[in-house]
Ligand binder design. Sequence first.
Ligand code: GUN
Ligand code: FE
Length: 478
Amino acid sequence: GATVPLMSKHALFMGTFVHSKALDELEYLHDTCVAVSAPEGIIAAIEKGIEGSADDVKSTMVKKLGWNDAVEVTDHRSSGKEGWFFPGFVDTHIHAPQYPNSGLFGKTTLLDWLNTYTFPAEESIGRDQVLANRVYSRVVQQTLSHGTTTASYYATISVEATNLLSLICLSQGQRAFIGRVCMDTELSPSTYRDLSAEDSIEASVLSAEFCGKIDPARKALVPILTPRFAPSCTPKLLSMLGDLARERDLPIQTHISENPSEVALVASVFPGSRDYADVYDAANLLTPKTVLAHCVHLTPRERRTVLARGCGVSHCPASNSSITSGECPVRSLLDDGISKIGLGTDVSGGFSPSVLVSARQALLVSRHVAMKTGNDADKLSVEEVLYLATRGGAEVMALGSSAGSFEVGKSWDAQFVRVGSVNASGTGSSDAGEHATGPVDLFGTETWEEVLQKWLFTGDDRNTRSVWARGRLVHRKK
Ligand code: GUN
Ligand code: FE
């Protein structure tokens, strides 16, 4: 059977490390060595201000850590401002079976988008393991190549296809939350829904137990209970899922308050509930391990509920703009004390598998909020959206002590980013050719802060040269 793959050798990484220290602060660690111990891929030491050859640094670190000599060394100190290590991205909300629909949404909004594009795509993948293999292999490979080291996936209602997604994440080395989708109401097509609440629970248990068999300690794979959203679940199913989450200590993900018609639909289907959040709260689905996608139109009372229950928010700006759901008021959520906020690509409500694109869109959407309110404070900074992309996402997924930044005791979940320089004759290393480094052009006068700003706005997966998850190299750009 499948087992969790491990790192084979201790490793040392040298160069500049950039990560979030706080919501509005990036820390730049130059001439630094990060030591990563095998087999779990945990950061064992961070040594600043290193000098001398890689061999010298290696012998010092090996002695200090009491390691044997079998150490892999990656020295990027000569990159200057053209290369740095950055934490792996956390995608807190992505639908794996919707990947083939990326970019397809026309002028639909949520409820007609589901019927036109989404349910048919998910149903076909749930029925065809060959197609599921093709799509899921591709989406995991694509997200890894864009620097996503942790992803929280929605799969489909099919247990078989969901288990395949678990195996693919495991073999490609991405840390993943695997959600078999639960939906048992007539909102979903008769050919693509759970036949009863009991059936939905049984199938969810099967897919969770499949993850548990491969990775009992939940180090690489975490099953996540996934009621699609309130209108596609009966009250009975919701409350059975709340019970199951408690019994098996499982995280939960769902959608909430994405679009005004959806909010109105929830009010009409659940007339006894005070609001949308109350539907989930009544079923004990709001926990510190609950990921709430969107949160665009939450009322003050719902915000208090989300805060009191300690839930995380997955902000999906590309999706909210594409299917015209609205503008999530992130600053205002933060001001209300909701600090567990991460980013989701929400493929394929969102068009891109890149969390870097989500971060860019989060910054732009915050500008639209600011234009409406006239309040400059609503603008999110580059530092802030990169925090949401890494540490914020780790907090949302309850991985705050093990991922999201470079700290001793955390997992080595990282990417090496390389950008290009334009030389005296006006040509750049970003141009096509053997050493092409993607679209970011530096002219040599930029500060480090400006380099990170340029990466956020002009970078793409060509700049993501290497990616490691749990210490293992999981992607390298050729
Ligand atoms: N609400 C219910 N299902 C979905 C979905 O697949 N995507 C998004 N963005 N919202 C949803
Ligand atoms: Fe979604």
